[in-house]
Design a protein around this ligand. Structure first.
Ligand code: ADE
Length: 356
């Protein structure tokens, strides 16, 4: 697997990427990509969850192999941490082709995208993360590349300008985004397969945790895995991060084996509650309840009051709060749901005693 950094240098996926890439994605803050790469499943059998997507992909791959053609371009969307990059790696391994990984903010100049396209070999997969952030020029270079496998390059100025059509090898583009709605129509239309990744069930996450524990030589009971899974917000990236924290706790305070009690005790200490909410999530709900009577209130106001970035709130906190039914999105802003009030142990406005 090749990871392309922002300056177009190919990295070998061994950790230099984070130092070179100035763009810190909110979902990656404090997250070690090297660790994530080391535990990524490489086959459909070891990739847990997303069963509908896996079944569709297996058929698509089989058909492409029978036809001896590259795969259709694919778009995966959904909240961060659900395995969009991982599934792209599994697809590449299954097809027996290389994958080049980059992200839209690293493709700022036309020569960035041109350079990558020209470096591709037949059948290879190009993975572009955060594809909704691609600029107009890069998008327009991609259209003929995706559709006809050509690069349309203009040389010279105004009247003397000539368009040069450069053939490209047949490749597959896999785009990933947390915001499918922000993709332009023409770009979206060029993907043959568009699939949403779903949050994982507790059982699926417990299996992810047990698999990771085995790779990292961490001892954990079934109930210990379930306890961590319940607080992982349906997200394998979070489950894998928590298992490391809980295992540190188990090692230092106990005999090293994670059971249900140890898992719960250490997650309580990390201030991750039984819904998987952390201090920022709870601060967000409390803010709307205490300062804005439960809402609706605009996202910019919330972000400013919490001293957080709007994107972090939108991409990291909100998807799970919405899915868990604790928060509601309305045209006038965000509102805390009755479940959100109950989760924080607060009375709904209608339940509060009126003094006058
Ligand atoms: N680690 C992260 N995501 C995973 C998944 N879907 N299956 C197995 N291990 C994982």
């Amino acid at each position: 697997m090749t990871i392309l950094s922002d300056n177009g240098v190919f990295n070998n996926n061994k950790g230099s990427q984070s130092k070179k890439n100035p763009i810190i994605k909110p979902e990656n803050i404090e997250y070690d990509k090297t660790f994530e790469n080391s535990i990524r499943p490489k086959t459909f059998e070891s990739y847990i969850g997303q069963s509908a997507l896996k079944e569709t992909l297996k058929i698509t791959i089989e058909a492409a192999k029978l036809r001896e053609k590259p795969l259709d371009h694919m778009l995966f969307y959904g909240p961060p941490g659900l395995g969009k990059t991982t599934i792209a790696g599994v697809i590449a391994a299954n097809m027996g082709v290389d994958i080049k990984i980059t992200s839209a903010p690293a493709l700022e100049r036309p020569r960035d995208i041109i350079g990558i396209l020209m470096s591709l070999k037949g059948g290879e997969i190009l993975f572009i993360d955060e594809i909704h952030r691609l600029n107009k020029v890069a998008e327009e270079i991609l259209y003929p590349a995706m559709e006809d496998f050509t690069l349309d390059m203009t040389t010279g100025k105004s009247q003397t300008a000539k368009t040069l059509r450069v053939p490209l090898p047949k490749f597959t583009l896999i785009g990933a985004t947390t915001k499918a709605g922000e993709l332009s129509g023409p770009l979206r239309d060029r993907f043959g397969i568009i699939h949403r990744l779903e949050f994982y069930t507790t059982e699926e996450l417990a299996k992810v945790i047990e698999r990771t524990a085995e790779i990292l030589d961490i001892k954990i009971t079934k109930d210990g895995a379930i306890a961590i899974a319940k607080r992982s917000r349906g997200t394998p990236r979070i489950a894998n991060r928590l298992i490391k924290r809980v295992s540190d706790f188990a090692l230092v305070k106990y005999n090293g084996t994670i059971d249900e009690n140890i898992a719960n005790e250490s997650l309580d200490m990390l201030k991750i509650d039984e819904f998987g909410l952390d201090t920022t999530d709870r601060a967000l709900l409390s803010l709307i309840i205490d300062k804005y009577d439960g809402g609706p209130v605009g996202i910019e106001t919330i972000a400013a009051a919490l001293s957080e970035d709007v994107r972090t709130i939108e991409d990291v906190c909100e998807p799970y709060l919405l899915q868990a039914g604790l928060l509601q999105r309305t045209p006038r802003g965000r509102k805390v749901s009755p479940e959100g009030y109950r989760h924080l142990g607060q009375k709904l406005p209608s339940e509060q005693t009126k003094l006058f």
